[in-house]
Design a protein around this ligand. Sequence first.
Ligand code: ADP
Ligand code: MG
Length: 138
Amino acid sequence: MKEITLGIIKPDAVEKKIIGKVISMIESTHLNFVEIKMVSLTKTTLEELYQEHTGKAFLPELIEFMASGPVLLLLLEGENAVNTLRSLCGDTNPDKALPGTIRRDCGEGLPKNAIHASDSQESAKREINLLFPEHQIV
Ligand code: ADP
Ligand code: MG
């Protein structure tokens, strides 16, 4: 089924100047870019984005990191977009991710794992409505 998904190239990858490498890896799939946008996310927006992690020990460090520099938002579409992007990202922990995945090849550890990817079509809609309000999805 044709889906949309959200990717976020995280501040570690932006700082390392490997945006092009990450985008190139995504372009090796069948996914299409609908829109990309460079932004600095506020802590308020990040608390909303990561609402499912409220109360977890790693959340403050994650929000601090995600607010530490600009990120690149990626709005992607294609068949099975959510799982396609999640598979390409690999395991949350770059040390456990397989070679050839974005997190293994571009990440440094936790929370600096190079990329965020929506985990379901429901999450994708919620995240895209939050971060690309000009693309409201119902
Ligand atoms: P994913 O991004 O694979 O969906 P989670 O939703 O579990 O993973 O976590 C969100 C983000 O929080 C991760 O991508 C990572 O940047 C960070 N994170 C997860 N677990 C930890 C941890 N134990 N310590 C520090 N940061 C973490
Ligand atoms: Mg997640």
